[in-house]
Design a binder for this molecule. Sequence first.
Ligand SMILES: [Zn+2]
Length: 354
Amino acid sequence: MRISHFLLPICLTGFALGANPSDLKMNDRFTISPTCNGRDLDGLLAESVVMIKNAITALTALLGNIRAPNDELQGWIRAAQACWAIPKPEWYQQELAPVDKNRLRMVRRNFEMLLDVLDDLDYTTPSDNFMYCHSTDLRLTNMADEVFDDAPKGQSIKDYIGPRLPDGASKEWVWVDPNNHHHRILEGDGPSKLFFPDGYAGGQLCGSPSSMDALTYYKIPKKIFLCPNAWAKFRPSNSQNRQDKGRKLYYEWQNMPGLLIHELLHWLALMPSEFHIGDRNVWHPKEDRLVAAYGYVGAFLLSGHRARTDPRNNWPPDFTLTNADSYNVFATMAYSPLALFAPDDTASGLEFGF
Ligand SMILES: [Zn+2]
């Protein structure tokens, strides 16, 4: 298997991609769909790589002496608190606790693996990897026979899946790609059985402003969709924000390079290894439902910071390691360490998704 050697730490070079990020070409790695015409995908890839390298630098600093941190290190400590369930260090503390350092080493290893894979034109051969910026084919469905070969015609997905669910499982969203008959059902951590309302059936999953931001098939062929909604919503570039200071709501900082890191981590797909980075769920802070742990608020809640006031969000700290957007949020915060990131008040960054 082509990916097996990535499991051997000896093969991890850490700072791969010694080449200038501006020389990176997305079409060396992906077959680019014509739906991406006019998008600067090379620039996007280059910025993502710069953010990944910066995140690795930040994590390396956090694994060293943290006493009397300068402004930059203080920003990285804040990012690690928000994303990786690191407790606020005491003023006299020289180093983070061993358990927290181990978690940060795992995070760094994953960023390094991603960097390595992006550098390996054998792994990223364009014939196995596709990138789209729009799709009108992907749509939501509530009919089981559209996604399961053995489902009786006319049966709803809810009726088909319901009896097959193990106790305590939750499943959300089912969608279909008519060309490839792919489907995906997300498994959640909570006790509820969640299905999208029937009213969504037939709606576009990627291709209209009201549909998904992005999604990734992690099976061969691997496909990443960066949907029109994302291009409309997020900052196309993050490179101007390096020295920004002051308090900013996180959602104003959401950016396409960070979103690409999120999707690349799904795409990395080390399955069937011990590790796959997905989208974890948290309990919505104001409503009685599970939502994907997106954005600052999602990463923060997944880190257990509200566990005392809301025991439902008392997640094991290692859950953060398998949540794609925690990496996006960390890379974004670590890239602008002088800024004071704040959650948006409405928690609007918390939505269902892939
Ligand atoms: Zn995701």
